[in-house]
Design a protein around this ligand. Structure first.
Ligand code: SAH
Length: 233
């Protein structure tokens, strides 16, 4: 166990059992990182703040996490925010999606090894997988951190959400400009901005953008990824 890591998490409201499990996940992440390049942060204090606390900060004030709800993490990479959320909220059914096979394999193997049973890691592109029958409108919550601009995330991910489902998008201090640029995407894809929640992590200001899926979107979305990126909504 890393004392600093455990101290930072417990001082910030994480229970000791959960903090230990997060420490165990951090150990596997650091070990496998040499092979897979999963994270640029490998210092334990920094990981505690920027990966683990950042993943769960303020979430309990945004969504009802105790119920048997389905949550999808788009572009989970090394498992963030999916895995810390899964450790804190074992009742949630979590899908961790990434387009890169080796990252998905890492998350799957690490969760199996540490007996984190409520994460299902799948490989694929969000804009493709979200059109499949078994994934469409299947989720109560979508989360995504450090993957793409807000408009791109909404387009590749909106189909996963049930009506009334919420997208929680993790952003930095430049969030208001991103929101402005996503005005058309929000409207076209049938979303409504519900909240912007400030989440301070070790002095740095992070923001959670909370959008609710209210209406249907035209069938032609999501478009092919190259088009989404070249001509964002
Ligand atoms: N969310 C993690 C990783 C961010 S890196 C974290 O915060 O640490 C961005 C990840 O998004 C990469 O692993 C990349 O493979 C994935 N990604 C990018 N576009 C994607 C798409 N359209 N569908 C699924 N995964 C995608």
């Amino acid at each position: 166990m890393n004392d600093d890591f455990i101290r930072i998490l417990t001082e910030n409201g994480i229970g000791i059992a959960e903090a230990k499990k997060m420490n165990a996940y951090a150990d596997v992440l650091v070990k496998e990182n040499k092979k897979y390049n999963l994270t640029s942060i490998t210092d334990y204090s920094q990981m505690a703040y920027l990966h683990f606390l950042d993943s769960v900060n303020q979430l309990e004030n945004i969504i009802n996490l105790d119920e048997d709800q389905a949550l999808i993490d788009i572009g989970t990479g090394g498992g963030f925010p999916a895995v810390p959320i899964a450790i804190l909220y074992p009742e949630l059914k979590i899908t961790a999606l990434d387009a890169t096979e080796k990252k998905v394999r890492f998350v799957r193997d690490a969760c199996e090894m540490l007996q984190i049973h409520n994460v299902r890691a799948i490989c694929g592109r969000a804009e493709v997988i979200s059109k499949m029958e078994s994934y469409q409108m299947n989720y109560d919550v979508l989360v995504s951190r450090a993957v793409a601009s807000l408009s791109v995330i909404l387009e590749i991910g909106y189909r996963f959400l049930k009506k009334g489902g919420k997208a929680v998008v993790y952003k930095g201090p430049g969030y208001s400009e991103e929101l402005n640029r996503a005005t058309k995407a929000i409207e076209t894809l049938g979303f409504c901005l519900r909240d912007v929640v400030k989440a301070e992590v070790n002095g740095a200001e992070h923001f959670l953008l909370v959008l609710e899926r209210e209406k249907d979107a035209p069938e032609r979305y999501p478009r092919h990824y190259s088009k989404i990126v070249k001509q964002p909504l």
